[in-house]
Design a protein around this ligand. Structure first.
Ligand code: SF4
Length: 221
């Protein structure tokens, strides 16, 4: 099995439950969505420069790095043909801890039976993304307490919709829930005010760390 990989790099996790922790990122090419605020559009282009790497080659690169948190990202990693093989192999190494960043439109059900299943960080694409209709609500039956649902918010309408989804699917009882502002679109303070006003307990505001450390458009960080 060969995967289309656009970059492998070491950095810190910018968001989610492992924010601030070192990680090796494996970024795969291609995505089924086109979010209005996508900051990795270059990785979605059909002719994007990428390497075709086998399961073993990716494992080797990860092991060569001494970092033991691995984040599979994209694009949309779960759409890579045969990705389950790589996920199972990485998860069979007890010292490696895997997180998958997925866009919320692809089923995670087939990973249910895995003993050492990776953390799934699912986006919920709110109205401003333009792709909300692609969200797969069935995924919420397969969440574990260490998983994350991330609401990327651009405006007040997004916050209102996020609140509705959180309450309807009782997400705070099932997993970790984060609000993340689209950089430059909404002030974090506005989100805090909204959380206070609506008593949104067990919801966490998160800022994308790497946007504060490096230039917002910088790749490979
Ligand atoms: S799901 Fe992620 S990679 Fe795909 S278009 Fe949206 S932001 Fe970009």
């Amino acid at each position: 099995m060969k995967y289309r990989v656009v970059e492998i790099f070491e950095s810190i996790n910018g968001e989610s439950s492992r924010a601030g922790e070192l990680a090796v990122f494996v970024r795969f090419a291609g995505c089924n969505l086109r979010c209005s605020y996508c900051d990795t559009l270059w990785a979605l282009e059909k002719d994007v420069e990428c390497e075709l790497l086998s399961t073993e080659e990716i494992l080797e690169r990860i092991l060569k790095s001494k970092i033991r948190c691995v984040t599979l990202t994209g694009g949309e990693p779960l759409l890579q043909p045969g990705i389950k093989e790589l996920i199972e192999l990485l998860s069979s190494y007890p010292e490696i801890s895997v997180e998958i960043e997925t866009n919320g439109s692809v089923s995670i059900a087939e990973y249910d039976e895995m003993e050492n299943r990776p953390i799934m960080t699912l986006d919920y694409k709110l109205p401003s993304s333009g792709v909300e209709s692609a969200m797969l609500f069935e995924n919420y039956e397969h969440l574990r307490p260490t998983d994350v649902i991330k609401f990327v918010c651009s405006d007040k309408a997004d916050l209102e919709r996020a609140e509705e989804v959180i309450r309807e699917y009782k997400l705070t009882e099932k997993c970790l829930v984060y609000f993340s502002p689209v950089y430059g679109d909404i002030e974090p303070e506005t989100i805090v005010e909204y959380m206070k006003e609506k008593n949104l307990n067990r919801v966490r505001l998160q800022l994308q760390l790497h946007k504060f450390i490096w230039p917002p458009e910088m790749r490979g960080v």
